[in-house]
Design a protein around this ligand. Sequence first.
Ligand code: FAD
Ligand code: NAI
Length: 466
Amino acid sequence: MAESNYDVIIIGSGPGGYVAAIRAAQLGLKTACVESRETLGGTCLNVGCIPSKAMLHASELYDEAASGALAKLGVKIDKMSLDLATMHGQRIDAVKGLTGGIAFLFKKNKVDWLKGHAAFTSANTIDVGGTSYTAKNIVIATGSSVTPLPGVDVDNAKGLIVDSTGALELAKVPGHMVVIGGGVIGLELGSVWRRLGAKVTVVEYLDQILPGMDGEVRKESNKIFRKQGLEFKLSTKVTGAKAKAKGVTLTVEPAAGGASETIEADVVLVSIGRRPNTDGLALDKAGLAVNARGQIETDHSFRTAVPGIWAVGDVIPGPMLAHKAEDEGIAVAENIAGLTGIVNHDVIPSVVYTWPEIAGVGLTEEQARERGEVKTGKFPMLANSRAKTNHEPDGFVKIIADAKTDRVLGVWCIASVAGTMIAQAAQAMEFGATSEDIAYTCHAHPTHSEAIKEAAMAVTGKPIHI
Ligand code: FAD
Ligand code: NAI
């Protein structure tokens, strides 16, 4: 029996779903959001963006104290030690505060939270725990989960072979952590445990880390991570993992084939990508199918092939990023309300929150060169007064512009605050800026962002400080 009729039901309360729900309610639509987890906020707030940043931040501070970097600034700490339980405590508090904040926003905006797992019974009806709900519009925002690696069975409870969720919660610092996959999760969480004292080896199938990023950025960041003590086995594949009473024996071999070898690890982190969540949704009952990659295809308005069903976030094609999901969440709600919601998928920044941070927006130099003639400008952080004063010499800013029009096509930064710096690049690109526009924009001194201005000046060969 149908329990309630809604204008919109959103399945999933991650950054795509909860933002869509709040915007739909703000626009006067009767809205419900279904979530099968105990708390709202999805992967990002519960086991992703937020807890990982809590551990990244705390481990950076620990490393500054333990490595003697603070002592060099005159901050002497005679007796320091790691209190991992307290570090985990502040991570849990951060998650609790933010997931609770979404529950508050739902109440404030009169969004009904339907607790349980949703499955379609028809194109406009879902079942949640035996109760049926009908809606004029249903938004699928079910997110993604870890891609399994055959032969390497994740068991977070045992804490030997873990995924990102298990790696966030390790009760003690492993002696040796092997990370499978030199992507975003592997480098962020590998950095956390390296800073807290583990030996970390990253096994990557490709010949370079961070696929999808600008080639020069990938090469330079690899150099920086090696300097920090992370070890890399590139062009290497894992063929099996055997968990023992204590530790794991991994078997690896060259990606191109060849002699295999074993690696002993205390903990293995599997981080080889994520795949869309559609299992158990009974999409067939709604007349929907997934593509070859398991994603739900939509048009630019986030409409699926079935009228009245929409989809956003990690479950649809595109980068699996929280801010992309959020922007799609706002746009889909606006489209359902009869407004025009648009997301410019060409200008979605991505940030790796390592030390230093790595950020980019738009095209890589390789992609831009494939499309036509380009000019580039580069400026090293070593020549930026603020970075130099803060003892943060690593990294650079690179701007890629169209050779004829000077329009900015891509911006890449490696810098301590690259994630914050990239926002101005994204905004400039959204406004169709040329490198000259950036070069003649006044930037406050002394800031890391001046490196963006100087890289823009370098596009035409005129930086001041190199
Ligand atoms: P999700 O956040 O995955 O939310 C989907 C929700 O739907 C889940 O809560 C799930 O329980 C629920 N659900 C699924 N199926 C059903 C169903 N049938 N019924 C009811 N509920 C259902 N991105 C960034 O931009 N920045 C970062 O710093 C960052 N860090 C990350 C760190 C880690 C360790 C991980 C794993 C990911 C990180 N990401 C980051 C990626 C980011 O978390 C995702 O891109 C984002 O959460 C996607 O949002 P979403 O709304 O599409 O789905
Ligand atoms: P990823 O796609 O970033 O990296 C996976 C890596 O594993 C790739 O380098 C790939 O070549 C490698 N790989 C694949 N199969 C392998 C194998 N069998 N053996 C060895 N290496 C193998 O995926 P990751 O790190 O798991 O992250 C998943 C998603 O979560 C990303 O798409 C990212 O968008 C999102 N995320 C974003 C963050 C951020 O924005 N800061 C932080 C963490 C996750």
